[in-house]
Write a protein that binds this ligand. Structure first.
Ligand SMILES: *Cc1c(COP(=O)(O)O)cnc(C)c1O
Length: 236
């Protein structure tokens, strides 16, 4: 790319502001998370210097290492990838928001990870983890997430855990569907969740190529990677 990081951050911020205006929405209701997977910690530092405070990662080991290296910076770490239950405790130590709660066994693992073996809160003070339940908008179970028919049930499991705070629903638009149509289905799922958990009114949706459609359908948390970071380095 022949643009600088700062130019790309500014361009995406403008695009988000335009889409919010077109949708009659307040820009303050939209959080932009910059997805830095496969990029070095230095890129996160550069983003921090440009004012970015919300960082997204989708691989546990990589996220854990970067969060440790950058611990002095006041960043909010969002874990957005598929998560193995045996990583629940480790993720709770560095991530403030988990976007990919996709099954009851993970809810249990996350809840247990906040407790000692005696069933007491870790360190006497459980830090509450903000969570989204992930919707699968395809028929492919490998894509992660629950089918829309099952989302309310999973949301209720999260909401029942004192150490978890349900923010709302998360989804990735399928490649073979018009994003706006897919995001309308996410909005409908969000509304169903809110009938039982009214405060879970946030929607994590929208990536580099479809964030405007997501904003039009009520997204509150955008996960933007390549439009800001440039092309991802090839995974090593
Ligand atoms: C990589 C990733 C993104 C960002 O994708 P871009 O197309 O690079 O913006 C968003 N959400 C998830 C779950 C991702 O894995």
């Amino acid at each position: 790319m022949d643009t600088t990081l700062g130019e790309r951050v500014a361009l995406v911020n403008e695009g988000i502001a335009d889409a919010a205006r077109a949708a009659g929405r307040n820009i303050d209701d939209i959080t932009t998370i910059v997805v830095t997977k496969f990029h070095p910690a230095q890129l996160v530092r550069d983003l921090y210097d440009l004012g970015v405070r919300n960082i997204g990662e989708n691989r546990h080991q990589e996220a854990e290492a970067k969060a440790a290296e950058l611990a002095p910076l006041d960043l909010t770490w969002h874990f957005i990838g598929q998560l193995q239950s045996n990583k629940a405790r480790a993720v709770r130590k560095y991530a403030q928001v988990l976007h990919s709660v996709d099954r009851p066994s993970l809810v249990n693992a996350l809840a247990n990870a906040a407790m000692t073996p005696e069933g007491l809160p870790e360190n006497n003070a459980v830090e509450v983890l903000d969570c989204f339940v992930q919707l699968n908008l395809t028929q492919d179970p490998g894509r992660g997430g629950v089918q829309p028919a099952d989302v309310v049930e999973l949301a209720e499991l999260v909401a029942a855990q004192p150490s978890l705070n349900l923010l709302g629903v998360m989804a990735v638009a399928p490649l073979d569907e018009e994003p706006r149509v897919a995001f309308a289905r996410v909005k409908a799922a969000s509304e169903r969740v809110q009938t039982v958990i009214p405060q879970a009114n946030f929607i994590s949706a929208g990536m580099s190529h479809d964030y405007a459609a997501a904003i039009a359908e009520g997204a509150t948390h955008l996960r933007i990677g390549s439009a800001i970071t440039g092309n991802r380095p090839v995974a090593g």
